[in-house]
Design a protein around this ligand. Structure first.
Ligand SMILES: NC(=O)c1ccc[n+]([C@@H]2O[C@H](COP(=O)([O-])OP(=O)(O)OC[C@H]3O[C@@H](n4cnc5c(N)ncnc54)[C@H](OP(=O)(O)O)[C@@H]3O)[C@@H](O)[C@H]2O)c1
Length: 303
């Protein structure tokens, strides 16, 4: 868990980062809702662990519940550990859908208040596929506002965090961003983000790979968790079942192979895993060091 450079930024991140969307109480996405005390205790466990990256967002949970829970844990811990990278994201106004430059500044203001910190080192544009690219890149749009926040020194670095790869390429090509975060597309089951990550790395950006379990299927197994990337997907479930059987033959938990698929890639600076209980933090660190034999990697590749 030695921190390593996040692209050309001056930030150093541990290979494992923790994501907070399952902590925000989002039953529509995960099929369960995490209570406030469990969520706060989970973030406290992260702050006490070797992990130095926590990923959250203005839009996680009702009325900023995700960030408020992170903020409560930061307060209980007496502040963030030295060198800790607390990253958040700007989101549209949940009432009006406004995602203008003015909304970006307001989103950051809300986030800092909820998190109880004076600044964040990394601020992402969250799921920009929600608005047309032309609107996002207009002079009074969210991309220009983020660039200005960086120029003013209000935040150190800016990222773009989203799903659809065609859109992510367009944002990468703006040259405006320091970091990219993509999700569910660089996993044992879906490797479509590989060329995008390679291009981002080549251009000096830091790459954060989120959701290495596809939102849970590759952690719990497809029988227990039938959705991939938050949607029912029978084809993915069938391939995950075959991968789970291969892992069992080698005595390796499916979750260990899924996590290490991302951890072992030299394209990825940090792999962001979502958890919702304090025990999961130690469990995830153990999965990261579980031995995976070369023959299993070869078998998983063919599947
Ligand atoms: N657009 C974006 O910016 C974007 C999109 C997606 C994700 N992200 C970030 O990336 C993070 C990770 O994505 P994700 O949480 O959706 O997906 P994920 O990391 O692929 O999977 C999380 C799910 O796996 C379960 N899990 C984790 N470790 C486990 C273990 N050892 N055993 C059994 N189950 C385990 C969690 O369950 P428990 O809750 O029971 O621990 C949770 O339901 C998010 O939290 C978020 O911070 C960002």
């Amino acid at each position: 868990m030695h921190p390593r450079p996040l692209g050309s930024t001056s930030l150093a991140v541990t290979p494992l980062g923790i994501g907070t969307s399952p902590l925000a109480g989002m039953p529509g996405t995960y099929g369960y809702s995490t209570g406030e005390e469990a969520a706060v205790a989970t973030v406290e466990a992260v702050l006490a662990s070797p992990v130095n990256l926590l990923d959250t967002s203005n839009g996680y949970g009702e009325d900023g519940a995700g960030e408020k829970r992170v903020g409560a844990a930061v307060r209980r811990a007496g502040g963030l550990p030295e060198g800790f990278v607390l990253a958040t994201k700007v989101d549209p106004d949940p009432r009006t859908g406004d995602f203008s430059g003015a909304r970006v500044r307001e989103s950051l203001r809300e986030s800092l208040e909820r998190l109880g910190v004076e600044r964040v080192p990394l601020l992402h544009l969250h799921d920009p596929e929600r608005i047309p690219f032309a609107e996002a890149t207009a002079p009074d749009g969210p991309v220009a506002a983020l660039v200005e926040l960086r120029e003013q020194g209000t935040v150190d670095f800016i990222g773009v965090a989203g799903g659809e790869l065609d859109e992510m390429w367009r944002y990468l090509d703006t040259g405006a961003f320091d970091v990219v975060l993509n999700h569910n597309r660089f996993t044992l089951l879906d490797r479509s983000a590989q060329p995008f990550y390679a291009a981002a790395r080549e251009r000096g950006l830091g790459v954060l790979n989120a959701a290495p379990y596809g939102g849970g299927m590759l952690a719990r197994g497809p029988q227990a968790h039938a959705t991939y990337a938050y949607r029912e997907d029978a084809g993915m479930a069938a391939r995950a079942a075959a991968m789970q059987a291969a892992c069992e033959r080698h005595g390796v938990p499916l979750a260990a192979a899924a996590l290490q698929f991302s951890l072992r890639s030299e394209l990825v600076a940090s792999t962001v895993v979502g958890v919702s209980s304090p025990e999961r933090v130690a469990e995830t660190l153990a999965l990261a060091s579980n031995e995976v034999p070369d023959e299993l990697w070869a078998e998983l590749d063919t599947l």
